[in-house]
Design a binder for this molecule. Sequence first.
Ligand code: NAD
Ligand code: UDP
Length: 319
Amino acid sequence: MAASSAGGGKPRAVVSGGAGFIGSHLCEALLNRGMRVLTLDNFITGSPANLKHLEGNPDFELRRQNVNEHIDVKGDVRYVLHFASPASPPQYDANPIHTLKVGTIGTMNMLGLAMAKNATFLLASTSEVYGDPLVHPQPESYWGNVNPIGPRGCYDEAKRCAEAFAMAYHRAHGVDTRIIRIFNTHGPRMQVSDGRAVPNFMAQALRGEPLTVYGDGTQTRSLCYVSDLIRGVLAVLDKADELPTNLGNPHEVTMIELAETIIRISGSKSRIEHRDLPVDDPRQRRPDITRARTLLGWEPQVGLEDGLQRTLEYFRTVV
Ligand code: NAD
Ligand code: UDP
């Protein structure tokens, strides 16, 4: 892909995980803001195909790199955004050691890059730091309820460690850091086979297969459309301090409701079939977004059904 050169004074961002679902939208948004973007990705769960439309853009560069290894970037860097990590339960279950490394060593390497370049660092953390939450909805002040030795521990604890790393570099070295805690997000370029609820249900509905609801389906999630999330990421970069900010849509639904909605809007004849509930599957999840509202003036604008319609349009093109 085209290599970025001096760039005519445009600020430069380094994004890890840019070939993934959220990272690809972020790269686009940063370019639209008039930045140069270098993305580092080892394609473990992402694909260069997600960035095909940016090929030939002189301000964009894609480099195959595992950020768990030493990162060498020449030239100026204004922002370092760490989005690299497997993100779906089946994917981090299949790559537990890699997931731990990218949250810990990968985060340390990206922070080291930010420190060396005097850049602002942003960590893509997750609502998983709250584990199976005992406080509902979840404000940033809640410390969480995580099983460190369960199958989700490799992801949840890696992200908790990543947050600790960001705070340590901020306190010890004065690095300008940000932490966002992303709640379940969906949109175009989610991998069809990544195993999360939205891709599974959409692919199943479009193929006329049963929708696989785990457990009794009364567990809840709150789904944010990707364009809302990206606006939030940019607002955090511009306006937030080092403390974590929840980014998510407070509209909470059960997995049964989600499956039924996807069947209805896709016009599918699929039925719902129940499967075993995965170990440590959180019972409920809804962000308290008071901090994002008051500090950033941010809140989601895309309603659940509208967002699902947009994601479904994408899935129709790839399933
Ligand atoms: P994704 O799997 O689509 O994207 C992750 C990208 O990171 C992929 O392109 C992958 O190849 C890359 N990657 C992984 N390990 C790497 C490494 N060691 N070096 C370089 N690249 C590496 O996932 P996503 O849904 O786009 O998630 C992006 C980020 O947002 C992740 O950090 C995830 O934890 C976080 N997040 C996502 C959600 C969500 O709902 N999608 C929710 C909470 C947090
Ligand atoms: N889920 C489901 N059927 C599927 C995939 C997921 O019922 O085919 C459930 C899963 O058990 C969880 C919820 O949907 O309760 C959200 O799962 P996802 O993997 O999307 O996100 P996470 O658990 O990481 O929030």
